[in-house]
Design a protein around this ligand. Structure first.
Ligand code: C5P
Length: 404
């Protein structure tokens, strides 16, 4: 199992290893040993319950450092500074991570040293979940995992197989060598495939004010555009994300420009496009905006209200018109005559390819974490199965790379 020769990015790295109270805690000994063999320095922080599963003596011996559990040492009162630990670590790996600890991470609860260290950590954080299959499959756990992933916590997927309870299913902590390989990959200095490239991505919904209180908008969550921005940045591209309204955090390494209206999005996108290698038009841009936004709250009366709308400017069409050698990717969300409409947009807006979402497919479109799309270009159509928006982003960026 000790195949550390592949883990050559870990030498001299400071790894804070968090251990929580799961039966899989015994595997943390091997995780620690593999990290040490690969040349990392390891400090271990355990929850009180984790000590019931694996002894501090074992972990202290393997890590060659005292184990941290309490906020201060009860023997001599020495303060264990979570802030210092957070600063020291190049990576905080929590293996095993219980459902309880992950829920507390999501909620920002700080009732032990491991959790305060998480809140103080400036470095990448990775969790290796371990629990029974029903706990893992529970919507609460699944939602917590999605929230952690959205906050860019790395997740080493648990395996399928026999669990300590005797049941068989998903929830068994990944094997130590997989976990260490995952951490090793974080420090990989491979030349990134999109280094030196710059893309502009639009995402989210625009907001068209009717008056200071009301607006016209749509259901776009921004998740697809954010996932694409993250994937482009992960491959080394510079990304300007022109974002309408979303509830999402800016992905690491991405420059975000916040806008509200379609007009603001137009200006910001055209500005950034000039010095870019291309764009991905993912935003749900309003096609119409009130002719004038009232400067006071409109009062209701017994009559119906008519609001006159004017057309907004089409950002993608403008970018397509001055495309030059740039790469331009568009999206189409259609409810009928999908392919014909998508193809007409492909040509009208000069997209290199268009990503077709259909609201007819279960699990596709707005708000959800999954999408089912087809990639359409002049040569044909590639239908992708239902998958996470992150995986859709990988396919889209792969296709972009193949066209560069
Ligand atoms: O014409 P339609 O709005 O359906 O085209 C969708 C594509 O055009 C998407 O890529 C969307 O982001 C982009 N678009 C735009 N500016 C607009 C309207 C749509 O960039 N005003």
């Amino acid at each position: 199992m000790e195949q550390t020769n592949a883990c050559n990015n870990l030498k001299g790295r400071h790894i804070l290893l968090g251990i929580t109270g799961s039966i899989a805690a015994y595997k943390a000994a091997m995780v620690c040993r593999l990290l040490k063999t690969a040349g990392a320095e390891v400090q271990v922080v355990m929850t009180a319950l984790a000590k019931e599963f694996i002894t501090p003596l074992t972990m202290a011996t393997l890590s060659k450092n005292p184990i941290l559990v309490e906020f201060f040492d009860p023997e001599n009162g020495q303060w264990n500074s979570h802030v210092k630990l957070g600063e020291w670590a190049d990576c905080f790996l929590i293996a095993p991570a219980t459902a309880n600890t992950m829920a507390k991470m999501v909620g920002g609860i700080a009732d032990n040293l491991l959790l305060t260290s998480y809140l103080s950590a400036r470095c990448p954080v990775v969790v290796a979940p371990a629990m029974d299959l029903d706990m893992y499959a529970h919507p609460a756990t699944q939602q917590n995992l999605r929230i952690l992933a959205d906050r860019h916590v790395g997740i080493v997927e648990p395996g399928d197989g026999e669990l300590a309870s005797g049941l068989v299913g998903k929830g068994r902590m990944a094997e130590p060598d997989e976990i260490v390989a995952f951490v090793n990959e974080l420090f990989s200095e491979k030349k990134k495939s999109l280094e030196g490239k710059h893309f502009v991505v639009t995402a989210g919904a625009t907001i068209e004010s009717i008056d200071p209180v009301r607006f016209i908008s749509n259901h776009s969550s921004g998740k697809m555009g954010y996932a694409i921005s993250e994937e482009l940045a992960r491959r080394g591209a510079r990304v300007t994300l022109v974002s309408g309204r979303t509830a999402l955090d800016c992905p690491p390494g991405v420059d975000r420009v916040d806008v509200l209206s379609a007009d603001e999005m137009y200006e910001a996108t055209v500005e950034a496009y000039g010095r870019s290698d291309g764009g991905v038009m993912c935003a749900a841009v309003a096609d119409y905006t009130p002719l004038e936004a009232a400067d006071h709250k409109l009062k209701k009366s017994d009559d119906d209200l008519v609001i006159r709308l004017r057309r907004t400017r089409d950002i993608a069409a403008r970018l397509g018109a001055e495309k030059g050698s740039r790469l331009l990717v568009g999206f189409a969300l259609e409810t009928d005559h999908e392919e014909v409409n998508a193809e007409s947009k492909l040509h009208k807006k000069h997209f290199d390819f268009i990503v077709l979402n259909s609201l007819r497919d279960a699990g596709a479109g707005f708000r959800g974490d999954t999408n089912k799309v087809a990639l359409i270009d002049d040569h044909g159509r590639e239908d992708l199965p239902l998958m996470s928006k992150r995986d859709v982003a990988v396919h889209i960026v792969d296709k972009m790379e193949s066209l560069l």
